[in-house]
Design a protein around this ligand. Structure first.
Ligand code: ADP
Length: 245
């Protein structure tokens, strides 16, 4: 009856309010940590407590790194706000995925080389073009590839595969990283969720990447899934609608 409807509405409002509070607490925490570190290091240098030039340089490098982290977080928060308000402009066009990858691949050369990773790419010729926003697709690939590179062990192999499925093109990225435990899997798409928060933070993660990635893929009309086995690796697959002639 009406009482029941009212109770379930009240419960969902309470949940939304709790989510909003958690979100603000998370954002504050994520910003506070790098700011505290920048402040402490700058003060150490100003107080003349980092006498050696080499030490000063190390501190300054950390300051730059932490500033980059804050920048990334702010950029991701803005993307997220626009996505949630339905205000992120997505300009879709017909794209050939092989050509697209050819333009993108150079971005990853040095990141891959830094960990001696090899990337095997299998994008057959003659696949139907997809209907996608090149900037947003680039962001999706960059989020997934930077995670794969971050979590993969040195000298391992990543594979990027494209396949045609009815009405869609499916892109899959496989790594030989630590994998994700079944209990964590459903949560990795949530904002700020990190399986091992200390390690993910040290490696530069914000915990926002996958939730933005999922929203971007869905806004382009596709979907994203993950298959992962602990100690073996993970495969992130997403689809994009093919462009009808
Ligand atoms: P982050 O910026 O911390 O990487 P993401 O939203 O991109 O945040 O990912 C959320 C969490 O999912 C990560 O902290 C990590 O625990 C897990 N994860 C994502 N990609 C991988 C991967 N390729 N291998 C193992 N774990 C992953």
């Amino acid at each position: 009856g009406l009482g029941r409807t009212f109770n379930s509405m009240a419960a969902s409002l309470a949940r939304a309010e709790q989510n909003r509070r958690d979100f603000l607490a998370n954002v504050s925490h994520e910003l506070k940590t790098p700011v505290a570190s920048i402040q402490a290091l700058a003060e150490t240098i100003l107080d003349g407590l980092a006498a050696k030039p080499a030490q000063q340089e190390r501190y300054l490098q950390t300051i730059v790194g932490e500033s980059n982290r804050i920048n990334r977080l702010i950029r991701e928060l803005l993307d997220m706000a626009q996505l949630e308000a339905g205000e992120l402009s997505i300009v879709r066009q017909k794209l050939d995925i092989r050509e697209f990858w050819e333009q993108e691949q150079d971005k990853y050369v040095s990141l891959l080389a830094a960990k001696a990773l090899s990337l095997e790419v299998d994008i057959p010729a003659g696949l139907s073009p997809v209907w996608a926003d090149p900037d947003r697709l680039s962001q999706v690939l960059s989020n997934l590839l930077s995670n794969a590179i971050r979590y993969a062990p040195e000298q391992s192999t990543l594979t990027l595969t494209a396949r045609s499925v009815p009405q869609f093109l499916s892109l899959a990225l496989t790594d030989q990283g630590p994998g994700i435990a079944p209990a964590d899997l459903p949560h990795i798409w949530e904002r700020f969720y990190r399986v091992d928060s200390a390690r993910a933070r040290d490696s530069g993660g914000t915990g926002l990447g996958l939730s933005i990635t999922k929203k971007l893929v869905e806004t382009m009309g596709g979907s994203i899934t993950v298959h992962s086995v602990v100690n073996e690796g993970s495969t992130f697959s997403f689809t994009l609608p093919v462009a009808s002639e």
